[in-house]
Write a protein that binds this ligand. Structure first.
Ligand code: NI
Ligand code: MN
Length: 225
């Protein structure tokens, strides 16, 4: 299984059987994006929420026959009204897909589509794929229930925002790692635009001081999980 970081909050998980699970692909209009939408395909697209920097290029990448969106109910309905297949879920619920299990968590954030349709609650997502547990927090402020999420799930990789302004900044993200206690923290949602400029090395130093591990992924980098 591999994990590719597409910059911002975008990740591509490719299972050992070759199933492609894309999360929040934002490429066009993203000056940091290392790849273009035409170079990507997906069997599943998971959206944490409806903001333009998360829906991003989803509808360009998705194949109406082949790709299934996975999101909270309101956003799933929005995808369905656009003619795409979607699996409707909601916060707290989990479901088994052919690649593994998906569970939605809370996130403190908004959710409106680029054409001003309400997208339901913003969410985070837990992925149970092969023998790994991946927690992509989505866009969120710090919340204490991250402790509960970490108690219930022995998280291997936690992707969390550090860019501040719209989400947690480095200080709160460092505390989020304390609460959740993942094996490895991967910073995201930074350096896409000047307003979310942040140095991931500052984040790494901060959590490493507390004995936690950080993996800074380059934009476009792929690693083996
Ligand atoms: Ni957002
Ligand atoms: Mn965002």
């Amino acid at each position: 299984m591999t994990l590719q970081y597409l910059s911002h909050s975008g990740f591509l998980v490719t299972t050992s059987k070759g199933i492609k699970v894309l999360i929040d692909p934002f490429l066009e209009g993203n000056p940091s994006a290392p790849v273009k939408s035409e170079d990507l395909s997906a069997d599943f697209i998971i959206l944490t929420h409806a903001h333009g920097d998360h829906i991003g290029d989803s509808f360009k990448i998705a194949d109406k026959d082949k790709t299934t969106f996975i999101c909270v109910n309101e956003l799933a309905i929005y995808c369905q009204t656009k003619g795409y297949k979607a699996h409707n879920m909601h916060i707290g619920g989990s479901h088994d897909f052919e690649f593994g299990k998906v569970k939605f968590t809370i996130a403190h954030h908004g959710s409106m589509t680029p054409d001003n349709t309400y997208g339901g609650e913003a969410a985070g997502v837990l992925l149970f794929i092969e023998d790994k547990i991946i927690y992509h927090t989505g866009d969120t402020g710090l919340f204490y229930d991250m402790k509960l999420i970490g108690e219930l799930h022995n998280i291997d990789y936690m992707m969390l925002p550090i860019g501040d302004n719209f989400t947690m900044g480095i200080d709160d993200a460092s505390y989020a790692v304390e609460l959740t206690n993942p094996k490895i923290a991967i910073p995201m949602h930074y350096n896409t635009f000047p307003v979310i400029a942040a140095d991931p090395k500052d984040f790494a130093r901060k959590i490493e001081k507390n004995g936690k591990k950080c993996r800074i992924m380059e934009f476009g980098e792929t690693m083996e999980l």
